[in-house]
Design a protein around this ligand. Sequence first.
Ligand code: RP5
Length: 161
Amino acid sequence: MKTKVGIIMGSDSDLPVMKDAAKILEKFDISYEITVVSAHRTPDRVSEYAESAEERGIDVIVAGAGGAAHLPGMTASHTSLPVIGVPIKTSKLNGVDSLYSIVQMPGGVPVATVGINGAKNAGLLAIQMLGINNQKLRDKFMKYKAELAQSVKKTARELEN
Ligand code: RP5
């Protein structure tokens, strides 16, 4: 099976958060690659990664970074593939810096931004994007949503009793 999702992050210190994206992709049997690419420390690697992603079969890129989080935007500037940005929580500004750095892109270069440390949602959004041309995947996604609803209803019932 072709690798469908590229997960990248600015540092291996982002991995504890970014592995949530990998986990949800595994739950849906979506193949992915995962690596570290830094906008500031390995700028050449950003362009190389983004420009070759399509050739490797990647359909969506999930990019996490913290602080002056330029990785998702820089990646988006080098590819036509959709990029989902994950702002990583930081120790100094709690990730608000990461969020603002990722979400406020100039017109023409969108990055779909999830919440701070929202790697799971980034993975889910990637799955939904892949589902646009895949009915089986959409059915699986609806099953996932039904399970989610069941677990909330179960919790509600337990609280009510
Ligand atoms: C960013 O700086 C990374 O994405 C990470 O969130 C943050 C800190 O990186 P390290 O100093 O832990 O390598 O580029």
